[in-house]
Design a protein around this ligand. Structure first.
Ligand code: 13P
Length: 288
């Protein structure tokens, strides 16, 4: 199966009360590990690419080519969407052109009227190409690719206005934060989540900052309409810890342990195991 739009997988998740994971990729190892995990768990999956990671991987065209080739080479049979994460106006257009099957246009830093206008244009453009699209209302806290914002609570009326444009899934701030959660974090705001789900007439919602949220809060968020959960930091921590362990045990100095295929394997295996576990937690395992 070729790469697909995320529309169907997210609508099925919303109807079935589970969530699809959107896991950020950084390179070949990340891509391979996440695709193998999805196949192992028999789960639909979204591969998220930030604009920074796109640059790191030498451009969106290279990302499309790499993901398609790895996907076909591994014989992946579960539905896979290649998704731009927190796209700018120019970035979203470039990814639609480059062959991504899903994009996020994040206009949350604009005044609402401008976000609305640009989101409308981008939704029309994405849909004219059969690509799914996510938009954002209310900033997500924390830092991502050098852009910092405090955790906001999205305005349910603004969410309704963007939802009515026909966006496929909507990211709305509910106190979630990118990166590690601080010890004094107040937790997800379920009252606001419920209000947003109601005001948008049951639009599938996206939970950004999916790393390190207590399991019971994730389960409750899914029960209130979250159908896509973004995870980045957690996989970076898993990879770093496994690689550290390998080096601290002196394994890189034993035999040909310095061979990158050996050196990067514990980290890649750790990513795969973590993604399978999260797919089970989100309820998407076995849903492909
Ligand atoms: P984390 O890095 O906190 O998992 O957030 C990922 C994310 O929301 C990407 O958009």
């Amino acid at each position: 199966m070729a790469l697909v739009s995320a529309k169907e997988m997210i609508e099925k998740a919303h109807a079935g009360h589970y969530a699809v994971g959107a896991f950020n990729i950084n390179n070949m190892e990340w891509t391979k590990a996440i695709l193998l995990a999805a196949e192992e768990a028999k789960s639909p999956v979204m591969l998220g690419v930030s604009e920074g990671a796109g640059k790191y991987m030498c451009g969106f065209k290279n990302v499309v080519a790499m993901v398609k080739e790895i996907h076909d080479y591994l014989g992946i049979t579960v539905p896979v969407a290649l998704h731009l994460d927190h796209g700018s106006y120019e970035g979203a257009k470039a990814c639609i052109e480059a062959g991504f099957t899903s994009v996020m246009f994040d206009g949350s830093h604009y005044a609402f009227e401008e976000n609305l206008e640009k989101s409308k244009e981008m939704i029309e453009l994405a849909h004219s190409k059969g690509i799914s699209i996510e938009c954002e209302v209310g900033g997500i806290g924390g830092e991502e690719d050098g852009v910092t914002s405090m955790g906001e609570l999205a305005d349910p009326a603004e969410c309704a206005t963007i939802a009515n444009l026909g966006v496929d899934f909507l990211a709305a701030g509910i106190g979630n934060i990118h990166g590690k959660y601080p010890a004094d974090w107040a937790g997800l705001n379920f009252d606001r989540l419920g209000e947003i789900q109601e005001s948008t007439n049951g639009k599938p919602l996206v939970l950004h900052g999916g790393s390190g949220i207590p399991a019971e809060q994730v389960a409750k968020a899914i029960s209130l309409g979250v159908s896509k959960i973004n995870v980045n930091t957690e996989l970076q921590l898993e990879f770093a810890a496994a690689t550290r362990k390998y080096i601290e045990a002196g394994k890189d100095l034993e035999g040909k342990g310095y061979d990158p295929r050996k050196l990067l394997k514990p980290g890649a295996d750790a990513i795969q195991a973590k993604v399978v576990a999260m797919m089970e937690q989100f309820g998407s395992a076995g849903k492909a």
